[in-house]
Design a binder for this molecule. Structure first.
Ligand SMILES: Nc1nc2c(ncn2[C@@H]2O[C@H](COP(=O)(O)OP(=O)(O)OP(=O)(O)O)[C@@H](O)[C@H]2O)c(=O)[nH]1
Length: 598
């Protein structure tokens, strides 16, 4: 294949601006799929993705396009996930491209994720083609979006391609722009092989299938290859391209995009961002930009029924085959028994895994409130990474604690600036900058602790701005903060799974709110149950749940806990999840209650 006739590109957009719809149109127009073959949106394959209306896994597809210049071009469209949890994956798929279509909704204009994506594209030196989509909408304001493109991003607005992906308008213009404006890949075929892995998935027959972009050299069937991140050697058993079905080929040369199968048993050996080289003639250095999947958010997962511990382990093992970013380690909680401490890229990633464990593996789980990873610097000079609040060392042994901070961008109509600033203030934010995008919209930049935004910030932001704010963030690094561990005691016993970390100034208030909430959540027992919050030995809040009246008790259960437990286990399916902690029954919501407090 002539390298000058290849174009490798991605579509980047803010959520809901029409990326998937445009991708479908491109597939349809180039005949990669007929309309009938096309299940709604082909590039989003997972059920969960479809239900949530977001793109989680990225993919690639090869399109053939007969351009107006009479030549046939091969276009490799590489899809990118549309969520901040997967920013690293986005950056790696952009690294596999020479250009990107920047889709902006004609009625909405530039939003926070538009900017985040543009920065990623620029970091990867991509040619950016602006596409203004949804021009069919009565509320479309093309001129305004053009001005925003110029003022905010510095792209000439008049270069934008005007499109209605829904109505199929402007699709040919998009394809022509791809062919004319995006440069072909440079040809470095004589160099030693360097291929970038930009995604992978696990296939029960073939093992890990890596999605690759060959940057230099050639990769051939039967070749011995080496993964540069861990030096493991494999033999290629199949390579090919996505048309969009996987189609075998004998070789892939520099500039080409395709897949590779090499008897790799686990996607951990086909890490996104890693470089594949030849085992016999290895490249000197890997491609830049690789990093290990780095979990940002941790939580505990425990089976409601302790008999399901092994099932939970098996399910995690299986999910892990296809998800190198998922981390899990066995952990024991005094309150919850045997379970796992699991690490995720972000909250969405966490919710996806939890949902899959429950839906696909039929597990009934108790989930503890998520938390970030703290760097705890001890008086001894040692630094500990703490991913579980219950494991926080004693205050007197700690010199100082650091927590992750992010830089957050919020775009919002100007009338909501006050509300957003107030929210960021409440969340310990430092104001950095405020910029008018046009007369009515403002870009606010704040630095915030990740722990404050990762959980309910987005929901609060949406509700306080009536859904008008858009938001994105990137990690800045660790900063020192005055943090303390707050323990919760129920009936005099510390429930380790309820411990949380809070800023010194807020610990008292949070302790009070949490105990108040727990009082409402935990059902009455046969005896009075005190609920306390404590910092070290100091009690900072106290509530109590009054005992049930005797006659009610008699009817409910005879007081034999083991019998009741058996009954509970039987009724578990479809029933409210409870965990027996000491002699108090605690429902699942209690373990998440800390999230709902300000
Ligand atoms: N009126 C109109 N609606 C459109 C157009 N393109 C897409 N939409 C609608 O906008 C919504 C979002 O489109 P998607 O293609 O799913 O958006 P997306 O950017 O892929 O969203 P994520 O996959 O979640 O990132 C859908 O309801 C589409 O039907 C268009 O040109 N005109």
């Amino acid at each position: 294949m002539q390298r000058s006739h290849i174009r490798n590109f991605s579509i980047i957009a803010h959520i809901d601006h029409g990326k998937s719809t445009l991708a479908d149109r491109l597939l349809e127009y180039t005949g990669a799929l007929t309309q009938r073959e096309m299940a709604d949106q082909v590039l989003d394959q997972m059920d969960l993705e479809r239900e949530r209306g977001i793109t989680i896994k990225l993919q690639a597809v090869r399109l053939r396009y007969q351009a107006k210049d009479g030549q046939e071009y091969t276009l490799n469209l590489i899809d990118t996930p549309g969520h901040v949890d997967f920013t690293y994956e986005v950056s790696r798929s952009l690294a596999a491209c020479e250009g990107a279509l920047l889709v902006v909704d004609a009625a909405q204009g530039i939003e926070a994720q538009t900017l985040a994506n543009v920065y990623l594209a620029l970091e990867n030196d991509l040619e950016i083609i602006p596409v203004i989509n949804k021009i069919d909408l009565p509320s479309a304001d093309v001129e305004k979006v053009k001005r925003e493109l110029e003022d905010v991003i510095g792209i000439p607005g008049d270069e934008a391609v005007l499109v209605s992906a829904k109505a199929g308008m402007g699709i040919e213009d998009v394809l022509e722009a791809v062919v004319q404006q995006i440069p072909p890949p440079t040809v470095e075929e004589d160099e030693p092989l360097r291929a970038l892995i930009f995604d992978s998935h696990y296939d029960s027959y073939r093992g890990a299938v890596a999605y690759i972009r060959v940057m230099e050299g050639r990769i051939k069937d039967r070749m011995k290859i080496k993964m540069m991140a861990n030096d493991k050697v494999f033999e290629v058993s199949e390579i090919g391209t996505f048309q969009p079905q996987m189609t075998k080929a004998s070789a892939l040369a520099a500039g080409e995009v395709g897949y590779l199968v090499a008897g790799v048993k686990n996607v951990k050996d086909t890490q996104v961002g890693d470089t594949i080289t030849s085992a016999d003639r290895p490249a000197e250095a890997p491609l830049p930009g690789y990093r290990r999947a780095n979990p940002m958010v941790y939580c505990g997962l425990y089976p409601v029924d302790s008999g399901e511990y092994e099932d939970l382990r098996d399910a995690l093992d299986k999910l892990n085959l296809n998800d190198a970013a998922l981390k899990y380690e066995p952990e024991t909680s005094e309150a919850l028994g045997f379970g796992f401490r699991c690490g995720f890229l972000g909250l969405l990633h966490m919710e996806i895994i939890q949902e899959r464990l429950e839906r696909e593996y039929k597990l009934s789980l108790i989930t503890t409130a998520p938390n970030v990873v703290y760097q705890v610097n001890m008086h001894t000079g040692e630094t500990l990474s703490i991913d579980n609040p219950a494991r926080m060392p004693k205050n007197q042994d700690i010199a100082f604690i650091e927590e992750p901070y992010v830089s957050a961008r919020v775009i919002v109509p100007s009338e909501y600036v006050g509300a957003v600033m107030e929210l960021c203030q409440e969340k310990r934010g430092n104001f950095m900058n405020m910029e008018y995008l046009d007369t009515s919209r403002v870009l606010l930049t704040y630095e915030l602790p990740l722990s404050e935004i990762v959980f309910d910030f987005f929901d609060l932001l949406k509700s306080r701005t009536r859904g008008y704010a858009s938001f994105d963030y990137e990690l800045l690094g660790y900063r020192q903060s005055k943090l303390v561990k707050v323990d919760v005691l129920i009936n005099g016993e510390t429930v380790d799974a309820l411990s949380f970390i809070a800023h010194e100034d807020r610990a008292y208030q949070r302790g009070r709110e949490l105990t108040g909430k727990l009082r409402e959540i935990i059902p009455k027992q046969m005896f009075e149950v005190p609920i306390q919050a404590a910092i070290g030995n100091k009690i900072i809040a106290r509530e109590s749940i009054r005992a049930m009246r005797k006659n009610v008790l008699d009817k409910c259960y005879g007081g034999d806990i083991s019998r009741k437990r058996k009954l509970l286990e039987k009724q578990k399916a479809g029933k409210k999840r409870m965990k027996q902690v000491g002699n108090v029954e605690i429902p699942q919501e209690a373990f998440m209650a800390v999230l709902g407090i300000e």
